[in-house]
Ligand binder design. Structure first.
Ligand code: SF4
Ligand code: SF4
Length: 367
């Protein structure tokens, strides 16, 4: 994901050099395309369940494969995971194998009973609730939600916190949500929520009503970063955008607040499983061009080590990606999902990168 995490509470972070070789550590699992909402931006284009989604026995078998691959950290999303009737048995099965889970959900289908079961019978550790805004009108329009849904979600957010789950909220960056992000941050402070994650949409699936892929998101977000820097509760900004440290806004911000640039982990220490079992390096690349195997038939560790697409994510130089940029060994050649959205090629140029943009402009001026 092209994520920026505004962290309000000291806690887990990692200063490990993200380009270093790593074993497979983390899996994203988008467990269904079904969703009771239809957000204008959705990295899986969710709506209805699709034919071919993993059955309950196939999902339970996938859990065992995940365990065999030595993965104990799983991020579960959808669609909306709680649209699957078998979600609690699947999460119990993960618990049996010691797999702890972070859940990304819209929060509207939860209730006290479900959350209590999750706390008592599974290894679910945390929730990320995609609020996007706390303005009820914008919430309804952006999510295609019904009146009253925002109140239900806010009530569930309270229960999640009362039951002791690590609690974070998220917002997708669009022209509809941008102005309300400072208010969302204030809400997070008031509620004692640990992190507000901002997702910059990638144009590989549904992205109606958003900015172009090569929009300068950091400049758009500058007022949000200022707001964060002025909060007494600010702790850390974590970015997951490979070239973030070369952007002038981030360079300036480094003087005001601690920033940890964690880069792109896709294919380096993580993989994604889609609702039909297809495996891809990046959660934003649920597209046939990026499928490297299927959990129904393939060994996750072998796919992780050997697939040519994963190798390309890890060794961009060998594929001529950003070959003439001095930052390549620190940046890894930008975001492959953004490059694909902009060029139609997995090994294309990430033209949203500020270093590339300024070189391109210079070349145009000289010619
Ligand atoms: S390729 Fe990497 S940086 Fe780009 S969206 Fe995927 S995980 Fe994020
Ligand atoms: S030109 Fe490529 S390697 Fe250089 S900073 Fe940009 S994305 Fe990274």
């Amino acid at each position: 994901m092209l994520d920026i995490k505004l962290k309000l509470q000291p806690g887990h972070t990692n200063d490990r050099e993200w380009m270093e070789p790593s074993p497979l550590k983390t899996l994203f699992w988008n467990i269904t395309y079904a969703c009771n909402y239809r957000c204008g931006v959705c990295f899986t284009d969710a709506g209805s369940a699709m034919p071919g989604e993993l059955t309950t026995p196939e999902a339970l078998a996938a859990v065992e494969k995940i365990h065999q691959a030595g993965v104990h950290d799983l991020i579960l999303s959808g669609g909306e995971p709680f649209q699957r009737e078998d979600i609690i048995p699947i999460l119990r099965h993960m618990g049996k194998f010691g797999i702890s889970t972070r859940i990304a959900s819209n929060g509207s289908l939860l209730d006290q009973e479900i959350l209590r079961q999750l706390r008592d019978e599974t290894l679910v550790q945390s929730f990320q609730i995609s609020l996007d805004t706390i303005d009820a009108d914008i919430y309804e329009r952006f999510h295609s939600a019904s009146p009253g849904d925002l109140n239900t979600v806010l009530k569930n957010l309270d229960i999640i916190q009362q039951l002791g789950f690590h609690t974070t909220i998220s917002a997708r960056l669009t022209p509809h949500t941008l102005a309300g992000i400072p208010a969302l941050l204030d809400f997070a402070v008031q509620q004692g929520i640990a992190t507000l994650t901002i997702h910059c949409p990638v144009h590989t699936r549904r992205v109606s009503e958003t900015y172009p892929q090569d929009e300068d998101m950091f400049t758009r977000l500058e007022h949000v970063f200022e707001h964060f820097s002025n909060l007494p509760q600010k702790w850390l900004i974590e970015t997951y955008i490979p070239w973030a440290e070369y952007h002038p806004v981030i360079r300036r911000l480094q003087k005001q607040v601690r920033i940890n640039n964690r880069g792109c982990r896709a294919g380096r220490d993580r993989l994604t499983i889609n609702p039909s079992g297809h495996i891809s390096p990046c959660v934003c690349m649920d597209i046939p061009e990026a499928y490297v195997g299927n959990v129904k038939s393939d060994d996750l560790e072998l796919v992780f080590q050997n697939s040519p697409v994963n190798k390309m994510f890890r060794s961009p130089r060998e594929h001529g990606i950003c070959a003439d940029c001095a930052n390549l060994t620190k940046c890894g050649g930008g975001c492959r999902a953004s490059a694909f959205a902009l060029t139609g090629r997995m090994d294309g140029q990430d033209m949203s990168c500020p270093v590339w943009k300024s070189r391109d402009q210079k070349e145009h001026r000289q010619s």
